[in-house]
Design a protein around this ligand. Structure first.
Ligand SMILES: N[C@@H](CCC[C@H](N)C(=O)O)C(=O)O
Length: 263
């Protein structure tokens, strides 16, 4: 039997996603093989991940996020921003929202193509050699780097993601370098198993690393350039405690389509 799936493609600073309005629950979130195939850039639609927008009581909507490998991921910051734009485009929300994701409740505001997304508070981090390791909804390893433009992020990221410290679960790996009044960040994402053009939770972890390395407390706004665009991260830092954490940047619809699957 052939089934038609209506999908939407969005990107946030070059982190690209397949979005499906699953309020009628017609798409099976357990069909990991199908999700992997849809995310394949040659045999499918192509994307760093796939998200389902679902109905849930007490929130505007629920975000279910899957990495390109077809498995359910932890929080995706750019994905969250894209899903907020999708909810606005579907008429579910206007300019503000509160929705539920795998790491809990998120608030967000949207103005044009810019989405400012509230992220979870972070209360701890640890060091792995020179690097900082923290969980901003997804686990991240952040290391300062030189000559980042020419770094082999795939090779180094792959080695860290797969080393015995992080086990089978792995970790997302970010390299960061000062640039102008902000920072340049490149990320190897687990679940995509490649460098992506942007990683929202990685940009937040990188900004927190900058603040930790500064040894200062207070309100921070840190511009982070990623391969696919510009993000801004704001938070309040008090020791190891990061509150009022926001990730802001572009999120836009790229195309709309239908795919037919046989089952
Ligand atoms: N691209 C994402 C991060 C997605 C989560 C990650 N790959 C994982 O499951 O570890 C972002 O924008 O935060």
């Amino acid at each position: 039997m052939a089934t038609e799936i209506q999908f939407y493609k969005y990107q946030g600073a070059g982190n690209d996603f397949i979005l499906i309005d699953n309020r009628n629950l017609s798409f099976d979130p357990n069909n990991h093989e199908l999700i992997k195939k849809l995310c394949d850039r040659r045999f499918g639609i192509g994307g760093d991940g796939l998200m389902l927008l679902q109905h849930i009581n007490n929130f505007d909507f629920q975000m279910l996020y899957f990495n390109a490998d077809g498995k359910e991921g932890t929080m995706c910051g750019n994905g969250g921003r894209c899903l907020v734009a999708f909810a606005r485009d579907l008429g579910i929300i206007d300019r503000e929202t509160v929705f539920l994701a795998v790491d809990g409740q998120h608030d967000a505001a949207i103005e044009g193509n810019t989405v400012n997304l509230g992220m979870i508070e972070v209360k701890e981090f640890h060091r792995d050699g020179e690097a900082y390791v923290l969980n901003t909804g997804s686990p991240h390893y952040v290391a300062f780097a030189e000559n980042l433009q020419n770094k082999d992020v795939y090779k180094e990221g792959y080695a860290i993601r797969n080393n015995s410290t992080y086990g089978e679960k792995g970790i997302n790996v970010n390299f960061i370098q000062p640039e102008g009044d902000g920072y340049f960040v490149r990320t190897f994402e687990r679940g995509v198993e490649d460098e992506t053009y942007a990683c929202g939770t990685g940009a937040v972890a990188s900004a927190m690393t900058v603040a930790l390395a500064s040894g200062k407390d207070g309100d921070f706004t840190i511009p982070i350039r990623v391969v696919g665009g510009q993000l801004h991260i704001t938070f309040h830092k008090n020791g190891n405690h990061f509150s009022k954490v926001y990730l802001s940047g572009p999120a836009e619809q790229v195309f709309v389509g239908k795919t037919v699957i046989s089952q």
